[in-house]
Design a protein around this ligand. Sequence first.
Ligand code: AQP
Length: 342
Amino acid sequence: MSESQPNAAFTPRVFSGIQPSGNLHLGNYLGALKRFADSQTAGIQSIFCMVDMHAITVWQDPEDLRRQTRELTAGFIASGVDPEKSILFNQSQVAEHAQLAWIFNCVARMGWMQRMTQWKDKAGKNQQNASLGLLAYPALMAADILVYHATHVPVGEDQKQHLELTRDIAIKFNNDFGVDFFPITEPVIEGTATRVMSLRDGTKKMSKSDPSDMSRINLTDDADAIALKIRKARTDPEPLPETVEGLEERPEARNLVNIYAALADLSVEQVIAEHGGQQFGTFKPALADLAVAKLAPISTEMKRLTADPAQIDTVLRRGSERAREIAAPILEKTYEIVGMVR
Ligand code: AQP
């Protein structure tokens, strides 16, 4: 992790979140969960959050939201995030996120929000009917991060623009009030799978909301479903190239090679050295075997953990208490800077 100059005064701290909006998939695993688990060994305090308040910016059935929050928590733990080493909790149990978000709503400008690709994609042509929360989403995300003075945020590439906005909010707040209070957060977008693509279309990212279940591998899929989805993944008719450059104009082939590399902890070069020249009829079964070996234990562990919702709720409650110990003094100080009488 690089330490940027403006953050020299801040203790390095990692924050990241995932929405409990269902269909947790391979992109979420490789772009986020696996990297969270790996980063825990770096000795830096890590805070990971089920961002349930972000999830409700689009409609969520209440029963589904509860189930999905517990399932996501199980997904974190089954992927190797240790709730003793890291702080693991759901956003709505730490009210400081929403409280700081209100301040940031008053710092951020409408134009900044309206430029966000996610807003444009999700609200589409029907902006008048989208929730106000969907527009304000990036201010809440900035609060999620800055209420902990987090210096580093590991995310997939799709979140880069929101991270830039978080930096803009921190800079404007610091300038407006003449302080050096919020760190200028560094996005950490590293590895071979920062953008896992759909198995049906190599130009679209793998996504929870894709109507086709065949487009993604869900972390709840069993071995047969994983193997079937990889076998049916769209590809071109050529064998795998002998060089990495040969993947450039071949999004589907590149996606499968990237997935292989990320699952096996290899570089793309190493995968091509081993599998270059193979037909997909040979490469896909090798990828399916690897994916099943890595993902089936996660799916099994998630099932085991979700069978005991009370235990998961205990993890979330304890995590929220630990999170609040960090967030509450930072919010208090923010109120003081803004001029709120306490
Ligand atoms: N396809 C992806 N490749 C790599 N990383 C990804 N992430 C999401 N999709 C990919 C990363 O997963 C984390 C959790 O993100 P989130 O819950 O905010 O995800 P999301 O954007 O709601 O997930 P989707 O699937 O992209 O949902 P929809 O369909 O609603 O747009 C983040 O770190 C994200 O970068």
